[in-house]
Write a protein that binds this ligand. Structure first.
Ligand code: T3D
Length: 260
């Protein structure tokens, strides 16, 4: 099978690269299957404490391969259920930080896959395009959920209904993404952050992520309850003991990310 996804693992960091650069990394079925496998591997492996998702070549991804959609009659609801929605679930449920390194244009479903990640760092030359409307579709892969939460209804509707490109700097100003960096600074910026996560308290990252995501759709009361439940778990981790001991002894902590 063609390697539409590259996977590298080193020093606690798994790097997953969308690898179909001649098609701007547009998603075809085998690429979906490869990506799902690799996201699962990275999420499950204790040796991986941070995941980087990026694209090969000049773009992050142009979304669905429209060459696969030449004929009418494809059940798009089914392709979302089978292919796109599971990717969003995998990223959101990964018990460790997922950084999206947006190396160029991110369009359609790919823009929303990026937004599902915990940190989005993009080169200044990148553009985010909710391109769906240009082909008579609406945002999917969580776009209608992420956009209003991240940038508010007015900007969400403008991005979705106009389908115009938003620059990385504009996206960062709006809070759609974490950071826009000079093109040549992307790798180093992402590596520094990934290394910080790979040496950090992994379980605390995972539960923090879980709690913040839960907050989007529940009451303060329910959130306080969840915080209590999750903090109880963290209070029993070796990283908590290490963090407190390191603080009291005025030394840097050495986190393992392990449960025991
Ligand atoms: O179908 C379902 O299952 C439902 C789910 C849908 C999810 C979706 O993602 S729908 C949205 C699909 N994506 C788009 O509509 C974006 C289409 N692409 C573009 O608008 C532009 O390519 C970009 C704005 C992304 C980039 O523009 P530019 O000028 O930098 O590059 P380009 O010249 O347009 O593209 C470069 C090559 O990639 C080109 O091939 P060629 O001519 O060099 O052989 C182009 O055809 C190809 N390409 C770009 N996007 C796609 C694509 N090939 C297939 N599918 C694409 N989406």
């Amino acid at each position: 099978m063609t390697d539409y996804i590259l996977y590298e693992q080193a020093e606690g960091i798994a790097t997953i690269t969308l690898n179909r650069p001649d098609k701007l990394n547009a998603f075809c079925e085998p690429m979906h299957v490869n990506l799902r496998e690799k996201l699962q591997e990275a999420a499950k492996s204790d040796a991986v404490r941070c995941v980087i998702l990026t694209g090969a070549g000049r773009g992050f991804s142009a979304g669905q391969d429209l060459g696969e959609r030449m004929m009418q009659g494809t059940d798009l609801g089914e392709t979302l259920e089978t292919f796109y929605s599971p990717i969003i679930h995998q990223i959101r449920n990964a018990p460790k930080p997922v950084i999206c390194a947006v190396n160029g244009v991110a369009a359609g479903a790919a823009a929303n896959i990026a937004l599902a990640c915990d940190f989005v760092i993009a080169v200044k030359s990148a553009r985010f395009i909710e391109a769906f409307i240009k082909i008579g579709l609406m945002p999917d892969s969580g776009g209608t959920w992420f956009l209003p939460r991240l940038i508010g209804e007015a900007r969400a509707k403008a991005m979705a209904l106009l389908g115009e490109p938003i620059s990385a700097e504009q996206a960062a100003d709006w809070g759609l993404i974490w950071q826009a960096v000079e093109d040549e600074a992307l790798d180093e910026t992402v590596q520094v952050l990934a290394q910080q996560f790979a040496n950090g308290p992994t379980i605390a990252y995972g539960l923090t992520k879980q709690a913040i995501q839960a907050a989007m759709s529940q009451s303060l009361e329910a959130q306080l309850e969840l915080e209590g439940k999750l903090q109880r778990i963290l209070g029993n981790t070796p990283d908590y003991a290490e963090g407190v001991d390191a603080f009291n002894n005025k030394r840097p902590p050495k986190f393992t990310g392990r449960e025991k």
